[in-house]
Design a protein around this ligand. Structure first.
Ligand SMILES: [Fe+2]
Length: 322
């Protein structure tokens, strides 16, 4: 009989994403293009929540990128009812953006319609859904946590009378996603928002809630999920999305450059290096940007054929407008 004591196995504690070292910033990759006809750049991120060091990095990247407008797709904090989190997880790390950019933010489910959202994010008009115009772009911020039918009615009135060249919508809960929730994204935003966005021809939509990067196109509209602003990552390619184009499991944010005739969107990792992108033209549709090295930095190394890449053959998608 073996009476030797069993070795005590120490439980391996995996570090949270925000406890791991960050890669260096590549400032050149973030610089504004030198094209003389660029009108302005805006940036998009969300779901920073508990990942304060990553959030700080995203803020630093966006400031270096020269973005004049910042869209936040919601989930500023882990628990919106805990007042101190609004300072620690959002107000303090995002302070430089709140001070130096036009900051437009919609609420997420974690924000719990807290009064602190209205105080710190200060949405236009003091309302959690709004239209904000900057140059030739109209940004329609929507609240996916409440009164979706009322907002659909508002959009139905507002979109047809909006004469800005570019109409960009953003809200928290992505209507389709390969990550979660079942059966593949938020049914409530799919049912309430998408018919109106499609009917009145919004040009581009951003969402969050899913903590990674996903891009899909539906009815000629590109939808970009950029919910990798800090908190733990979600695993893509778990659920079906018939409109899926691209996904990546990494912390990220996006920049979008507005030109008179086009919008150039780039999804970027924490170094500021692009890993996916599209050019959107009014007359000539959506063109995918060729990016050679799309994942030289990720939080989790790619497993070929598994969770990290859903790359489908590159394709150009013609915009379909009826
Ligand atoms: Fe969320």
């Amino acid at each position: 009989m073996n009476n030797r004591p069993r070795p005590v196995r120490k439980k391996l504690q995996r570090k949270k994403a925000w406890e791991r070292p960050l890669p260096p910033i590549e400032t050149e990759a973030l610089a504004l293009p030198e094209d003389s006809d660029i009108l302005f750049r805006f940036a998009v991120y969300g779901d920073n929540q508990r990942g304060v060091p990553i959030h700080r990095r995203v803020v630093e990247d966006i400031l270096l990128s020269g973005a004049e407008v910042v869209l936040h797709v919601g989930d500023y904090v882990q628990d919106g009812l805990k007042s101190e989190q609004w300072d620690l997880q959002f107000g303090e790390p995002a302070g430089p953006l709140l001070e130096n950019t036009v900051f437009l933010g919609v609420p997420g489910n974690h924000d719990k319609n807290s009064h602190r959202y209205y105080e710190i994010v200060a949405p236009p008009g003091g309302n959690s859904w709004f239209k904000a115009v900057y140059g030739p772009a109209a940004f329609f911020g929507l609240d996916s946590t409440r009164e979706l039918a009322r907002q659909a009615d508002w959009l139905r009135k507002e979109l047809p009378i909006s004469e800005e060249k570019w109409k960009i919508a953003f809200f928290h809960e992505a209507p389709y996603s390969t990550s979660w929730p079942w059966p593949g994204g938020s049914l409530k935003t799919r049912q309430h928002f998408l018919p109106v966005l499609e009917e009145f021809g919004v040009d581009l939509v951003f969402a969050g809630h899913i903590h990674n990067y996903e891009r899909f196109h539906k009815e000629g509209i590109p939808y970009i999920i950029t919910g990798g602003g800090g908190d733990t990552l979600s695993k893509p390619n778990q659920l079906p999305n018939p409109h899926m184009i691209q996904s990546a499991r990494l912390h990220n944010f996006c920049t979008a450059d507005i030109y008179p005739d086009r919008i150039e969107v780039l999804a970027r990792d924490l170094r500021g290096v692009p890993f996916d992108g599209i050019t959107l033209e009014k007359e000539n549709g959506i063109h995918e940007v060729e990016i050679e090295d799309r994942r030289s930095y990720t939080d989790s190394p790619p497993i070929p054929g598994k969770e990290n890449s859903s790359r489908q053959p590159p394709r150009k998608t013609a915009r379909q407008r009826t």
